[in-house]
Ligand binder design. Structure first.
Ligand code: AMP
Length: 428
């Protein structure tokens, strides 16, 4: 048998898998609530290719980032280097430029849902193909009100999903005016303790000292916790921006912790960065990551553009869903129709057709099973109701509807049947 590639998942109906983040019903909850949040806050959907020129990510994401090192890159037959996208912000900004969206007045607010690819070591909550849902706000303004509103939307979304056991961490990593001096100071401080740090940190010390703060190695943490932070070195405009952002979060009653060593894994961030961490998730506990990336558009050859956005992994959001919301989402058929005899079979098929036309999720036995076996299937599929068609039903046009949980039975004509079954549909 040929199995799936390591680090990938099949997302299946829940009855075929015990893995909580591989259950399609949970994915549907996460996606539907996201679309509803985006609708309310005025975001439009965009779909970009999963394959892009490697150069886009080299320029956009940076050549010495984790994300870049983990890319699936190959040479196409005509010699062009292409990569499976490791994230979508660079692609969305490319599309923004390529389609002249910057010519529109006002902000362009986009969202995407789709797979990403990174060749990481697979573990719980970390895959080589995973799905992200993300938003980007692009335009000429870097008003902190944009950031606060995006976080307000995220807050609304989490409430819809009843996800409560999370922490929001925020930081400002400065801009091109104040960051260079900080990085110099950081480099000096790291240099003094280099012997205590892991090999990865040592390399980052040479290439990109800011990223040392991102290291998750246990043994590096005591050193990292003593490294200088940028907070005291922010220039006045960066400080004012951060203060305003925090005031707007306070106004909205959104709780957060300032994490002065929170930097993000990609090169293009500036000023505001944030992460939402799930307390129940274990090692891979960052659910959402985001920040401001003014200047990314220029890095990939477009006009000066300001940007702010976030992305979250669908798998990790699914793992954070409370059990109650997951169980009520299972999509069982509303009614299963079984029958006795040939004439009843034809009648049942026609009845199922009429019920479906009226909006009911109806299943009918197609395998010619004996009544008892057919009802066992209905039970197995957790149908809410079952209904048996025999000669009496054909003649009277009345049906005995059986509630599969309580065992209660009701005799109903077709229009009553439709009313009851549609009500049952509605309260799912
Ligand atoms: P990033 O693009 O690295 O900032 O990641 C944003 C979010 O995407 C993370 O907080 C995770 O929820 C998710 N994510 C990133 N990498 C993976 C992965 N390899 N597997 C599953 N989810 C991931």
């Amino acid at each position: 048998m040929i199995s799936k590639v390591r680090g990938t998942q099949d997302i299946l109906p829940a009855r075929f898998t015990d893995k909580p983040d591989a259950q399609i019903e949970s994915w549907a909850i996460v996606e539907q609530a996201a679309r509803e949040a985006f609708r309310r806050y005025g975001f439009e959907e965009i779909r970009t290719p999963i394959i892009e020129r490697t150069e886009l990510f080299e320029r956009g994401v940076g050549t010495d980032t984790d994300v870049n090192k983990e890319m699936y890159t190959f040479e196409d037959r005509d010699g062009e280097r292409v990569s499976l996208r490791p994230e979508s912000t660079a692609s969305v900004v490319r599309a923004y430029i390529e389609h002249g969206m910057f010519n529109q007045p006002g902000l362009v607010k986009l969202y995407y849902i789709g797979p990403q690819f990174r060749r990481e070591r697979p573990q719980k909550g970390r895959y080589r193909q995973f799905a992200q849902i993300g938003v980007e706000v692009l335009g000429q303004s870097d008003n902190p009100a944009i950031e606060a509103e995006v976080l307000e939307m995220l807050d609304w979304y989490l409430k819809q999903l009843q996800i409560t056991d999370t922490e929001l961490y925020i930081n400002s990593i400065g801009d091109e005016n104040c960051r260079p001096a900080y990085i110099e100071q950081l480099r000096l401080a790291i240099g003094e303790r280099l012997g205590e740090l892991c090999g990865n940190c040592k390399q980052r010390y040479e290439t990109n000292p800011l990223r040392v703060l991102d290291c998750k190695e246990e043994r590096c943490q005591p050193v990292l916790n003593q490294l200088p932070t940028i907070t005291e070195m922010l220039c006045d405009p960066c400080r004012a921006h951060f203060d305003e952002f925090r005031a707007l979060l306070d106004e909205r009653g959104i709780a957060y912790t300032v994490a002065p060593r929170l930097v993000r894994g990609l090169d293009y961030y500036k000023r505001t960065t944030f992460e939402l961490v799930g307390n129940q998730l274990g090692a891979q506990n960052t659910i959402v990551g985001g920040g401001r990336y003014d200047g990314l558009a220029e890095m990939i050859g477009g006009p000066a553009t300001k940007g702010f956005g976030f992305a979250f992994g669908v798998e990790r959001m699914v793992l954070s869903l409370p059990e109650a919301i997951v169980t009520t989402s299972r999509r069982a058929p509303t009614v299963y129709i079984a029958y006795i005899g040939d004439q009843a079979r034809r009648h049942s098929l026609a009845l199922a057709r009429r019920l479906r036309a009226a909006g009911v999720a109806a299943l009918v036995d197609l395998e010619g099973r004996k009544l008892k076996k057919a009802l066992a299937v209905a039970n197995h599929l957790a149908a809410r109701y079952s209904l048996i068609v025999g000669d009496d039903e054909i003649q009277s046009g009345n049906y005995m509807l059986r509630n599969m949980t309580s065992g209660e039975q009701q005799r109903l004509d077709e229009s009553q049947l439709i009313t009851i079954l549609n009500d049952a549909n509605a309260d799912r």
